[in-house]
Design a protein around this ligand. Sequence first.
Ligand code: UDP
Ligand code: MG
Length: 315
Amino acid sequence: MTNGPDETPVISIIIPMHNEQEVMAELFARLVAVMEKIAEPFEIVCVDDGSRDRTWALLRQRAGEDDRVRPHRLSRNFGKEIAMTAGLDAARGQAVVFIDADLQDPPEIIEEFVKLWRQGYQNVYGLRTRRAEDTFAKRTTASLFYSVFNHLSDTPLPANAGDFRLLGPEAVKALRACRESQRFMKGLYTWVGFPSIAVPYERPARAAGQTKFSMFRLWNFALEGITSHSTVLLRAWTYIGLIAIAFGVLLGVWLLIEYFAFGRNPPGFYLTVFVVLAFSSLNFIMLGILGEYVGRIYQEVKKRPLYFLRDDDLD
Ligand code: UDP
Ligand code: MG
């Protein structure tokens, strides 16, 4: 099974894999069937992310039988975001498709992805219309995450979109240029911009094996997502300081009126509160000012490109 001599792939399928031995046979069968139907030269870039089961052995065997399968192996478990980035760096196709190994992303939809890419879309993403297979806890925490993220970040994420998507050549080039090590890919897809379109699909349960994301890992992932795409939390302190000042001023004015206009002497307690407010608001504002600078330093060290240019005929 080959693409034919000297044929460079048009589409690269990228699959991050961590202990996925159970799903591989079915995954390759369905994926190859779909890709052969699409009839564009393709490659399947598999990135073994530090698996401890037979994933690598099976991958090597598969690559021996089919030279469109190109296995890569990370030196340890780096996590899905890094595994996908390694796949992106290794991909030779014009367009890439990210897909999970566990068949929760049905490969059959890739046909639709490719059609939309041919119309000019650079970011064609799968949108989950039903997540009944995810636990209630996962669905609620996921929607809470999207709402917090979208309030804090300048580039909002479409809720219920995952990594399952096709990226055209321009989006691929842009994404490769983002080299930050705290990577949150879902945020980067929207950050790079370009015409995007959703393809709805029903998300089935995992074909076999079990999820690699515990609740604790998801929590860390959410924190990483928010902190890598927003500096609002660093800078919010100025506003808290301003609110504290407002209360302090009101209290101070009231104390003065009581003393000078009415000749009354309010209990010392109020003066204490006034002093505490005055100094703590100064502290908050100083933290906010530091936050402004730290936030700017953070933006600068990421060294993201300043902009990308579009090159399509969509309106
Ligand atoms: N994965 C990975 N490295 C990890 C964890 C997961 O490459 O450290 C891969 C995994 O093999 C699968 C995809 O990421 O192909 C999604 O993982 P999973 O299905 O466990 O996540 P869920 O669907 O439960 O969110
Ligand atoms: Mg899964």
